[in-house]
Design a protein around this ligand. Structure first.
Ligand SMILES: [Zn+2]
Length: 491
């Protein structure tokens, strides 16, 4: 028997092995291969050079749980059921379930408890471990144990690391070690009272914007440390598992660093900063190069299943196979919805906060509910929302109540559609409906070109309307509209 066992242990599995590495909160534009001069990402740059790098890839939802559930199931958030961070999936078949049934050994490691068994993301994994708040290097150390295991069956391994999340605290012995005192102080403040996070994310006292340069340096240092750890994983994978399998590298979402008025946070905004994700695919038959077309996180599972010759379950994503070979094909439009603003003081959003404590914001007023008690604040004199002036402004209170009826907490989300040139984003308006902005990647960054390309606005809006997300955007009744108009909210 012994020689047979030895022979089995030495022979490599026939089916291709699959490694998926995801990095939480990793902006697509902060990698060396994407043109970021300050990046120190040699491992990921090398990987991009070996495979297909999708430079305009996107997430369908810029928060962890919905995004990763879409990557694993190939379904849109309103189809797998997770539409907020931590919210469990309610349907869908994961890539791991399909591969496990087809004979793969499936191993998952996640550095965040909002991407694990409690949300259904561990479905189909023979082994899954959540290493809450572990650094990428620790997660990789653990991953290497599975990489080194005897290859009795082909391996699917998913490794999710979470280092570049705010507060940015790169390791002291990492490849980049900036001082960055202003951002370090901001991070310390964020660790304190919950209200501080509102102030930081909204730049209420100007400290977030003043710390931008420092925060970018710390963020780059976090990403460099991730690259170093992922580099170790990739090297070990090739050595132990060979180079004829598939490697996918991507992120769940990016991070706003001032874009759309949001600082060091992601979720309620569909700015490119959080909407775009890096996506690199390496595997047999992949023609190395870059691709600027539409590619989506929900396309990862159908692409891998097609590459492995396994029939996919019903999925919203499509096979990027032709594009991996440098040919036309794949999706022509990417659709997304944002999360809601989870912190009550995010005054750049119409409604912010969660069920117990939330505010309606319409310049210059904030009408807040805290466990059922209502207050009104004038942000011109009370930016921290401490002084209740409701008694003096019953008309404003009435108008704000109307806004709250139009947009109940967690319903006000941005919606977006993009193709290989244009991006359309709708932002909820206090009076109902959305304010739409069209930008052209071939034109001036950030410039609204809706008036010049009305047919593109209509086309992308139609795509969003056909998406079928349960959005709430009714126009208010005539009396409410008149009250809002009197207060200057409606033109
Ligand atoms: Zn995340």
């Amino acid at each position: 028997m012994a020689p047979l066992i030895a022979l089995a242990a030495c022979s490599r599995p026939q089916s291709p092995e699959v490694l998926i590495v995801t990095v939480d909160t990793l902006r697509a534009d902060r990698l060396g291969y994407a043109g970021h001069a300050a990046a120190r990402t040699p491992a990921l740059d090398g990987l991009a050079g070996e495979g297909r790098a999708f430079l305009q890839a996107t997430t369908p939802f810029p928060r962890t749980t919905p995004a990763l559930a879409s990557m694993l199931t190939g379904l849109w958030p309103h189809h797998h059921g997770s539409r907020e961070v931590g919210q469990p999936m309610t349907s869908g078949t994961t890539l791991a379930s399909v591969l496990s049934a087809a004979g793969w050994r499936t191993v998952g490691l996640s550095a965040t408890p909002v991407a694990g068994p409690e949300q259904g993301l561990a479905a189909g994994f023979d082994a899954f471990e959540v290493m809450a708040d572990a650094r990428a290097s620790e997660v990789v150390d653990r991953a290497l144990l599975a990489v080194d295991a005897q290859p009795d069956r082909p391996l699917l391994m998913w490794v999710h690391v979470a280092d570049p999340h705010f507060p940015y605290l790169p390791p002291d012995d990492g490849p980049l070690r900036p001082d960055a005192p202003r951002c370090r102080r901001l991070g310390e403040a964020a660790e304190g009272r919950r209200g501080k996070r509102d102030a930081i994310y909204a730049d209420r006292d100007g400290r977030s914007s003043a710390a931008l340069e420092d925060c970018r340096a710390l963020y780059d240092a976090e990403v460099a440390a991730v690259d170093q750890a992922v580099g170790r994983l990739l090297a070990a994978w090739r050595e132990r598992r060979g180079t004829d399998g598939w490697v996918v590298f991507t992120a769940d979402h990016g991070e706003n660093q001032g874009e759309d008025g949001l600082w060091y946070e992601h979720g309620p905004s569909l700015d490119d900063a959080a909407w775009r994700v890096p996506l690199v695919v390496v595997g047999p038959g992949v023609v190395p190069g870059t691709d600027e077309g539409v590619a989506r996180l929900e396309d990862v599972a159908p692409t891998l299943l097609s590459a492995l010759g396994l029939p996919p379950p019903a999925m919203d994503g499509v096979d990027l196979g032709p594009r991996l070979r440098g040919e036309p094909g794949g999706p022509s439009v990417a659709l997304a919805e944002s999360g809601s603003a989870l912190h009550a003081g995010m005054s750049g959003y119409v409604v912010a906060g969660r069920r117990k404590r939330w505010c309606v914001h319409a310049n210059p007023w904030s009408w807040c509910t805290d466990r059922g008690a209502h207050t009104l604040h004038d942000r011109r004199t009370d930016p921290d929302l401490r002084v209740d002036v409701a008694a003096a402004h019953p008309d404003v209170v009435a108008a704000m109540e109307a806004v709250a009826l139009t947009w109940p907490p967690e319903s006000a989300r941005q919606r977006g559609a993009r193709d290989d040139r244009f991006e359309l984003v709708g932002r909820p308006r206090a009076e109902g409906g959305y304010a739409w902005t069209l930008t052209d990647r071939q034109g001036t960054p950030g410039e609204d070109v809706s008036a010049r390309f009305p047919e593109e606005v209509e086309r992308l809006r139609a795509a969003l309307e056909g998406w079928g997300t349960p959005a709430r955007a009714e126009e208010p009744d005539a009396a409410t509209l008149e009250a809002l108009r009197a207060l200057g909210y409606v033109e």
